[in-house]
Each structure stands twice: as structure tokens, then as C-alpha cells.
Design a protein around this ligand. Sequence first.
Ligand SMILES: Nc1ncnc2c1ncn2[C@@H]1O[C@H](COP(=O)(O)OP(=O)(O)OP(=O)(O)O)[C@@H](O)[C@H]1O
Ligand SMILES: [Mg+2]
Length: 137
Amino acid sequence: MNKMEVFFSSRTENIIFIRAAVVSFLLNLDLEVAILNEIKTVVSEAVTNSIVHGYESDPLNVINVKCSYDKEEIMLEVIDQGIGINDVKQAKRPMFTTKKNEERSGLGFTIMEAFSDELLVESIVGEGTTIKCIKKI
Ligand SMILES: Nc1ncnc2c1ncn2[C@@H]1O[C@H](COP(=O)(O)OP(=O)(O)OP(=O)(O)O)[C@@H](O)[C@H]1O
Ligand SMILES: [Mg+2]
């Protein structure tokens, strides 16, 4: 097993950094470009959600991303201590969004699920949200 963990400010300019950090960590695995692109997309969607929904775009918060892998799978975790989600099942529905007026299409979870073998969402209102994406190698 190999693992890494990063903490960074909840600022949109850090999305490019965290995508690159995760991909760099996984370089040893010699994954196909298509798989790396899927992982980058999951990172972007989950981190964007933490920034815009979890922390309501307040940049004075911290997001924690963990990534690990073994022979069988890659595990990616995106963790915030933001507002949380009161109905995860509803939030995961295609086109469901609580920010309709802000050009959100409500497809983030749908995309993350499509690019994961398993997508786990743990959330407590007022405490935060953890997204776990498992990808088999
Ligand atoms: N980390 C989070 N903290 C709090 N709420 C969240 C979080 N992630 C998702 N949500 C809630 O789940 C809803 C659905 O998320 P999803 O990513 O599918 O769509 P979206 O972010 O609204 O739109 P899009 O991702 O297409 O821009 C969000 O509108 C928001 O209410
Ligand atoms: Mg989203």
C-alpha cells in the first residue's frame, strides 16, 4: 500500500494543483491516460463541490484530499468540514442541484459515479462531507 495526503485552502485556483498532485502521485502505476483523466475529473468535481457547496465559496477553509493504492485498487478521498448534505440520495440524482441560479447543472455526482467503481458519500449536516472513490486497477 502507498498513500499520500494533502491539505489546502478552499480556493478554486487550487483545483489545478490538487489534480496535478493526485496524478503525480499515481504516475508510478503507469495508468492509461483515459483512466488518469477520469481520476482528474473526479478530483475536480468533488473539490469543486467542497468549495462551492460545502464552504459556500468562503476561501478561509481547508479541504483534505487523500489518495492511496495497492495492487488491486486506487482510493481517493475528498473531505470537507462544511455545511454537509441532508439528503445524499437526492443530492446524487442526475440534475439535482441546490444552486440552479449559478449555472450548476447537478451532474457532478453522476459524473463521479460514472468514473468510479464505487462512490461512497458520507455526510453530516453542520459537520461536513467525505467522498470516497474507489477505482479498480
Ligand atoms: N461537499 C458538499 N457539501 C455540501 N453539499 C454538497 C457537497 N457536494 C454536493 N453537495 C450538494 O449536492 C448537490 C449535487 O451535487 P452535484 O455535484 O451533483 O451537482 P452541482 O454541484 O449542484 O452541479 P454541477 O456539479 O453539475 O456543477 C449540490 O447542488 C449540493 O446541494
Ligand atoms: Mg458539483
